[in-house]
Design a protein around this ligand. Structure first.
Ligand SMILES: [Zn+2]
Length: 187
């Protein structure tokens, strides 16, 4: 029985994700809980159960909103992997976009398994840790100790190239660490 959790890299979510994970749950995290980026990985893993956890007040959704509605610019990879999914969709507000994001990704996950639980985490209803302005990449079986930092998780750091671009260029984080081996290396 393989259980997978997909969520956002946001600093507020790590404890919420760990609460919903078993010891052997695989966790995938990127900017915006963007399933498209993990789809091929998920097809390989063939999970029996997926918990999908997007959240409110999401910086990645603000970026999507700003690119589509206010002509903010991103690189081609971010455009293909994140922005493109929303270009032909109708939304007026950030809240509508967040709900649309949950719906689009849940639909995509149906290609993987019918056993999907989606929960849009309302950040107003959770306790936040203090924010650490650093980004860490870990593999899916890791349980990062850096509570309050931004966490990316996937099988290969190349899976989250677009998200590292977003973290550095759009969110302004200078410190990004690759923790896929025993020691974390700054990249
Ligand atoms: Zn987010």
């Amino acid at each position: 029985m393989v259980k997978v959790i997909i969520s956002c890299m946001d600093y507020r979510l790590t404890e919420e994700i760990h609460k919903r994970a078993n010891e052997d749950t695989l966790i995938f995290r990127n900017a915006g809980a963007n399933v498209k980026e993990f789809l091929e990985r998920l097809k390989e893993i063939k999970p029996d159960e997926i918990i999908y956890l997007p959240h409110t007040d999401c910086a990645a959704m603000k970026l999507v909103y700003n690119v589509i509605k206010q002509c903010d610019k991103v690189n081609q990879e971010v455009d293909e992997k994140l922005i493109s999914q929303f270009k032909d969709k109708k939304f007026e507000s950030l809240e509508e976009l967040e709900r649309l994001n949950a719906k689009i990704n849940e639909e995509m996950l149906k290609q993987i398994t019918p056993n999907i639980k989606t929960e849009l985490i309302d950040v107003k209803k959770i306790q936040w840790p203090n924010k650490i302005a650093k980004v860490y990449f870990y593999p899916p079986n890791a349980r990062p100790k850096e509570i309050g930092a931004y966490i990316l998780q996937s099988n290969s750091i190349n899976d989250v190239n677009a998200d590292i671009y977003i973290a550095k260029e759009k969110l302004g984080f200078k410190e990004v660490y690759d923790c896929s081996s025993d020691t974390c290396k700054q990249i």
